[in-house]
Design a protein around this ligand. Structure first.
Ligand SMILES: Nc1ncnc2c1ncn2[C@@H]1O[C@H](COP(=O)(O)OP(=O)(O)O)[C@@H](O)[C@H]1O
Ligand SMILES: N[C@@H](CCC(=O)OP(=O)(O)O)C(=O)O
Length: 379
């Protein structure tokens, strides 16, 4: 397809220089019968072709648990955490071997990167992960990323790799996130249950109607479409466009970057956020909620001001200084999130108080604001 024939709105993909490709469990594991080696070989060929054209590709690949189950001879996905961890450890080996072999045919090196939520929520580790990934990409190595399922527990996991893919797109300031799955894209209803469902070809990543159309996943995948829609919203924060498409379409990756109208394209509408704000926005673990009065909501939204205790009406949760909390309005709508300067007990004492009273109330003053604007992101 020539540039002139590109479908409207697809230029962002066509011009992409750095792309994160996420391949989901539903595709990789051949309907639960182990890794689909032939299909993986096909995607690797396409990624190698993109590499030859000078496009940097970072792969986020699921499949460790499913591949491990087959290697261990287990019929059903275990529910016990230690068994899932064991399956992931066994399966991740197979996954790495498989990618290494296929990329080797193209004389491309791969690097295995296993990340946990902690690696991206701790600012120092986030910056470390970023520089390691940037170095690998600069060396023309293809990073193959997965969640480190063997060491994570339920409360600290990403769970689905759509979220991980989006956070990696943010981390590397990729131009595009391509999510390959077992459906043609996002439909206006789950096509497993609704034969009349129609493909959404294009949309805005922040369109609130999308979440209502997206359902949960199949037997093998974790997140379903809902996590893909959320991933597109996250990716949009660093200006990346997201494509959701079927990994079974022949030459899907090369056709997408040629601007062909395939799958669903979700565009970022707002200007990209600064890197630190993005890191804040990507934090998944929230320790508490602050309910703001209307005045505080207004200055946060319109001026990006710091949050002062005087504008806070109620507090819930148990948190310490430096934890992430969500700010909501009086109707419970999310307004912002940020890192608090005071623990929950101190913050409760400061509710509705002017900042010059902080020292008199607590006996010390850490900072005049509850959340400084540098540590706050409006949602
Ligand atoms: N609106 C929708 N459009 C398309 N697929 C949907 C929708 N809602 C739910 N799904 C389901 O999401 C599944 C893909 O998600 P998932 O199983 O988590 O796969 P993956 O492992 O690729 O992430 C599809 O098989 C589909 O049945
Ligand atoms: N990290 C897990 C994959 C999680 C998962 O299945 O995610 P997804 O492919 O987004 O549904 C694994 O490798 O088994």
């Amino acid at each position: 397809m020539t540039v002139k024939e590109q479908a409207p709105g697809r230029e962002a993909l066509a011009g992409a220089r750095r792309v994160v490709v996420k391949i989901g469990s539903a595709l990789l594991t051949n309907d639960g019968r182990g890794l689909d080696e032939a299909a993986i070989g096909g995607w690797v060929d396409q990624i190698a072709e993109l590499h030859r054209r000078g496009i940097e590709v970072v792969l986020v690949s699921s499949g460790a648990v499913a591949a491990g189950m087959v290697r261990l001879g287990w019929q059903a996905r275990p529910s016990a955490v230690h068994e899932l961890q064991a399956a992931a450890a066994v399966g991740q080996n197979g996954l790495t071997e498989c990618y290494e072999g296929h990329f080797g045919r193209h004389e491309l090196l791969t690097a295995q990167i296993l990340l946990t939520h902690d690696d991206l929520s701790n600012r120092k580790r986030y910056l470390n992960a970023r520089s390691a990934l940037r170095t690998l990409v600069g060396l023309r190595v293809v990073p193959v990323i997965n969640e480190n399922d063997t060491v994570v527990t339920d409360e600290i996991r990403f769970g689905d790799n759509d979220t991980l893919g989006a956070l990696v797109a943010n981390l590397l300031e990729a131009d595009a996130l391509v999510i390959l799955t077992d459906q043609e894209g996002l439909f206006d209803a789950d096509p497993r249950h609704d034969p009349e469902a129609r493909l959404i070809q294009e949309g805005r990543a922040d369109d609130p109607r999308l979440a209502g159309m997206a359902g949960d996943g199949g037997a093998l995948g974790r997140g379903g479409m809902i996590t893909k829609v959320r991933a597109a919203q996250l990716a949009a924060r660093s200006g990346a466009v997201t494509a959701i498409a079927s990994g079974r379409q022949p030459e899907v990756l090369t056709r997408l970057v040629a601007g062909e109208r395939l799958g669903t394209l979700l565009r970022p509408e707002q200007a990209p956020m600064a890197a630190r704000k993005r890191w804040l926005a990507g934090q998944l673990q929230v320790r508490g909620h602050l309910t703001l009065d209307a005045g505080a909501v207004k200055v946060l939204r319109s001026r990006g001001s710091s949050l002062l205790p005087v504008g806070v009406k109620a507090i819930s949760g148990t948190f310490v200084r430096g934890d992430m909390v969500v700010c909501v309005d009086e109707a419970g709508e999310r307004v912002a999130k940020g890192l608090v300067n005071y623990g929950a007990d101190e913050a409760r004492q400061l509710l509705g108080q002017p900042s010059h009273q902080i020292e008199a109330i607590l006996g010390y003053m850490e900072a005049p604001e509850l959340i400084h604007r540098d540590n706050l992101v409006v949602l």
